[in-house]
Design a protein. Structure first.
Length: 271
């Protein structure tokens, strides 16, 4: 099966890029299942129920979040009222947090696909449970019991070292492990020694003529003055769609990974 993962969609320009190109990308790469990180999809901060439903109507199968999960309050009630939604927040948010940290999807071809998100701890000011312990107790046992045919772990975090630590520690357990959150794609897509496809960070789907998706002027002013009073707004130039495609052939036991950069100033693809 072929899987598409899209990095943090930032604001309207990121959503518009996906709306315009997702079906074409899915067709070109024969994608069977799509995961989109949407923690910045609502004007850079969080997600709303309406935006989630837009993603699903575009052909997205699973939506992941991150440290911005609760920036828009209305998503919390929505997640609690719709137990069957396909929104995944970090597994190691504190106990009793709304929503879920993983979901096992039933594909129309009969295969089961586990999607999980974990949050790292370095340089992150959030109360979090230990990521390794949460994965060991809640996820690894499911995988070892054969509850999923394919499994993906999204590692949301700031430090490349910690993301590599989690990737290498769980190599061989998941079909793919990939990072999100920094909004800058890394050039290290590869299959690890025990067979898991890996990329440290899959970048953002937004306007790269910016500071990680936000308009440059106010972001730089914040850095230079230390003042948080000026509002950060998403940049609105054409977005680059940044992500990865993982192809896994169970019968031949082969896995490949490639990164994609489509549209905007980082464009590498020609349609
Ligand atoms: Fe984040
Ligand atoms: Fe993000």
């Amino acid at each position: 099966m072929n899987f598409l993962m899209i990095g943090d969609v930032v604001g309207r320009t990121g959503r518009n890029a996906l709306k315009s190109h997702l079906s074409e990308i899915k067709r070109k790469f024969e994608i069977d299942f799509t995961i989109v990180n949407a923690e910045n999809s609502a004007a850079g901060f969080g997600i709303t129920p309406k935006i989630y439903e837009e993603f699903i109507s575009m052909g997205v199968d699973a939506v992941t979040l991150g440290n911005h999960s609760w920036d828009k309050n209305e998503i919390i009630d929505y997640m609690e009222l719709n137990p069957n939604h396909s929104i995944i927040r970090p597994l190691n948010f504190l106990n009793n947090s709304p929503g879920r940290g993983y979901k096992i999807f039933d594909h129309s071809n009969g295969k089961k696909i586990l999607v999980c998100q974990i949050h790292t701890k370095l340089f992150i000011n959030l109360p979090l449970n230990d990521p390794f312990q949460c994965l060991d107790t809640e996820i690894i046992s499911l995988l070892e019991a054969g509850k999923a045919d394919y499994s993906f772990l999204e590692v949301h975090g700031e430090a490349t070292s910690e993301k590599n630590g989690i990737g290498q520690h769980y190599d061989g357990k998941f079909t793919g492990i990939y990072g999100t959150h920094t909004h800058i794609p890394t050039a290290d897509a590869r299959v690890l020694a025990k067979g898991t496809a890996f990329q440290t960070d899959i970048g953002m789907t937004g306007d790269y003529e910016s500071i990680i998706g936000m308009k440059k002027e106010s972001a730089i002013k914040r850095m230079r003055t230390g003042m948080n009073s000026n509002r950060l707004e998403p940049a609105d130039g054409e977005a680059t769609i940044s992500g990865i495609i993982i192809k896994r052939d169970i019968e031949n036991s082969s896995t490949t990974i490639q990164s994609i950069l489509i549209g905007g100033i980082l464009n590498r693809e020609v349609f």
